[in-house]
Design a protein around this ligand. Structure first.
Ligand SMILES: NC(=O)C1=CN([C@@H]2O[C@H](COP(=O)(O)OP(=O)(O)OC[C@H]3O[C@@H](n4cnc5c(N)ncnc54)[C@H](O)[C@@H]3O)[C@@H](O)[C@H]2O)C=CC1
Ligand SMILES: O=C(O)[C@@H]1CCC=N1
Length: 272
């Protein structure tokens, strides 16, 4: 891609996306510019990726053809006020913020903008993100295809209705955190049974990776895959019985719905 990709905010998510783009070879490091108010964040980006960095959000905004808004949602009002006169009419904006609707962002720019609202996740850093995209009415097919190609350079990506964005935050934006907790807990149990910690993380993480691949690649219901692990009177069903008794599924469902509710609340707050 010979377009300049810019990032306002160079924290966890921007770093994961930049790492993913560079690793895939979609854009060279010279084709990426990022601004961050924190000196430490700029230093990290420079050291890890060698991309162009600046303290000046306006410089990033006027340089980029495709501009990621990658600061925390509550900073959107100030950051948009700062950059709104620096973008061109053909700058393609990509917001990755939770709970910032297309309408709220359009309202803050106060003029016609080309905008894609996106929800990626941090596995972008290793080329295994799950991202959702919703374009506004000014984004043409060709521009959307370009944004899709960026997100596909670091994982899977689907174009969805914006009404599904809160659900997406729960099921893929935030869910890596719940999965890491699951991996940590499995590893803790293995350590309790005498396995060295590093080895325990490898066994637990590879089991999660392999199980996820089975769901994605065998086209088999997760329940049937679970049943295939459970020998009658065996070890797995003993574990499954305890997980059911402890309410594992309902805990996950409740937790994820709390996440989605929080995303909705943030959306209402940000539209005021
Ligand atoms: N972390 C995650 O897993 C995901 C985060 N997101 C979204 O990505 C956005 C960024 O989140 P994170 O990267 O996790 O946060 P972060 O806190 O790691 O990064 C934000 C960066 O913005 C910088 N910043 C603060 N004020 C600034 C300003 N005025 N101008 C320029 N830079 C400024 C901070 O110094 C920081 O480095 C949020 O809107 C979040 O909703 C979306 C999907 C997943
Ligand atoms: O916790 C958050 O608000 C962000 C949005 C999705 C993942 N992290």
């Amino acid at each position: 891609m010979n377009k300049i990709i810019g990032f306002i905010g160079g924290g966890n998510m921007a770093s994961a996306i930049i790492g993913g783009i560079l690793q895939s070879g979609l854009a060279p490091k010279e084709g990426i510019i990022a601004s961050d108010k924190l000196e430490e964040a700029r230093r990290l980006l420079q050291e890890r990726f060698g991309v162009r960095i600046t303290e000046d959000n306006r410089k990033t905004a006027e340089t980029a053809d495709i501009l990621f808004l990658a600061v925390k949602p509550h900073l959107f009002p100030d950051v948009i006020t700062e950059i709104k006169d620096s973008i061109r009419s053909d700058t393609l904006l990509v917001s990755i913020a939770a709970g910032q609707s297309i309408a709220a962002i359009e309202g803050r720019f106060g003029r016609e903008i080309r905008l894609v609202r996106a929800m990626p996740n941090t596995p972008a850093l290793v080329g295994a993100a799950m991202s959702a995209l919703s374009p506004n009415q000014n984004v043409c097919e060709e521009e959307l295809a370009e944004v899709v190609s960026i997100f596909e350079s670091f994982g899977a990506c689907e174009v969805i209705s914006e009404t599904m964005m809160d659900a997406v935050v729960g099921v893929s934006g935030s869910s890596p955190a719940y999965v890491y907790m699951f991996i940590e807990a499995m590893a803790d149990a293995a350590v309790a049974d005498g396995m060295p910690r590093a080895q325990a993380y490898k066994f637990a993480a590879q089991a999660v990776l392999g199980s996820a691949k089975m769901v994605l690649e065998t086209n088999t219901h997760p329940g049937a895959l679970k049943d295939a692990v459970c020998s009658p009177g065996g070890t797995t069903i003993a574990a499954v019985a305890v997980l059911e008794e402890q309410g594992m599924r309902s805990a996950v469902i409740k937790a994820q719905r709390a996440c989605v509710e929080k995303s909705r609340e943030m959306g209402k707050e940000n539209s005021k």
